[in-house]
Design a protein around this ligand. Structure first.
Ligand code: PEP
Ligand code: MN
Length: 338
């Protein structure tokens, strides 16, 4: 249930309304928007009479939300969520580019790529130190050594860091080095991990599960939001379909679908969505045109030697070309790339 408060409602009155709702047995979350304050009451039984709430002093409107997700819903928060990290906004008018290698491999590698990423005008460096590989025999990542390197490289070039967290035991360690936690597709429904990450105050990018519906994906975001962390970015990275020509099928329509259903920023990852270097540029253009708030792409200066995802990594000059082209697309729809 969503409760819209009257304009200019006093703090004391808000406290009173929350108290009433808690007495009814609801968990209450508050959202302070530009124009109005909205309360989300979780745990409403189907037979609860919303008129009991409508009559409380200071309440303007009461709506039942039929979606199973509440805090992630556009009805709970009308305005887009903008997550600002060290002055860099995600979810605003600028489309944020996150770029870098699939895995951190060496100091030389991550510094070379950080320089390229910074030169392109992008603000966020990606790179995995803990890798969710299909084969246990494949490179599993450099671990803490990798985290130290990506932090050092990002700091040298004034970039933010995004890196994947795979399990609860890694949360504190990775939190010392990263600006954004990435939850990989394979962990989208690792509910205990989501709940623990929800207790941190570091922004989180939640990738769509390999075969997750949009509703399941939003329910995973709801796990994080309801645990206290409101800084969630959704990331479309392609889903499993019958098609084998690309690694996954890039579900571009999930971008506008999510933006209608939710206030959370939406990112797109054309690298994992296609798995093919020459498909990344056209799909990046498409994602910006579809309204993505951020993009994530993999770049490598020696992709033939990459320890993971070499075939989908853009060469530096291809990445520069991508940045040039998406700047033009962004301009057409009144946005900018950063
Ligand atoms: C990655 O970003 O390198 C990655 C493993 O992505 P995903 O979880 O989308 O497969
Ligand atoms: Mn990868």
């Amino acid at each position: 249930m969503v409760i819209v408060l009257e304009k200019n409602v006093a703090d004391k009155q808000i406290e009173n309304i929350i108290k009433h709702l808690e007495d009814f047995g609801f968990a209450v979350h508050k959202s302070t928007g530009v124009e109005q304050i909205v309360l989300g009451a979780i745990g409403v039984k189907p037979d609860f009479d919303t008129r009991n709430v409508k009559i409380i002093d200071g309440v303007a409107e009461v709506y039942r939300i039929t979606e199973p997700y509440k805090l992630a819903s556009r009805s709970f928060q009308k305005e887009n969520t903008v997550i600002t990290i060290k002055g860099i906004p995600i979810g605003g008018n600028e489309v944020m580019m996150m770029a870098g290698p699939c895995s951190i491999e060496s100091e030389e590698q991550i510094f070379t790529l950080a320089e390229i990423v910074a030169k392109s005008g992008a603000k966020i460096l990606r790179g995995g130190a803990f890798k969710p590989r299909t084969s246990p025999y494949a490179f599993q990542g450099m671990g803490e050594e990798g985290l130290k390197l990506i932090r050092k490289a990002a700091d040298a070039y004034n970039l933010l860091v995004i890196t994947e967290v795979m399990e609860i035991a890694q949360i504190d360690l990775i939190g010392k080095y990263t600006d954004i936690y990435q939850i990989g597709a394979r962990n989208m429904q690792n509910f205990s991990l989501l709940k623990e990450l929800g207790k941190t105050n570091i922004p989180i990018m939640l990738k769509r599960g390999l075969s997750a519906t949009i509703e399941e994906w939003l329910m995973s975001a709801e796990y994080i939001l309801s645990s206290g962390n409101r800084q969630v970015i959704m990331c479309e990275r392609g889903i499993r379909t019958f098609e084998t020509a690309t690694r996954n099928t890039f579900d571009l329509s999930s971008i506008p679908v999510l933006q209608k259903k939710s206030h959370l920023p939406v990112a797109a990852d054309p690298s994992h969505a296609t798995g093919l270097r020459d498909k990344v540029l056209p799909m990046a253009r498409a994602a910006v045109a579809a309204g993505a708030d951020a993009l994530m792409v993999e770049v490598h200066h020696q992709p033939e030697k990459a320890l993971s995802d070499g075939p989908q990594a853009l060469l530096p000059e291809q990445f520069m070309e991508l940045m040039k082209q998406i700047r033009l697309i962004a301009e057409v729809i009144g946005r900018k790339i950063a």
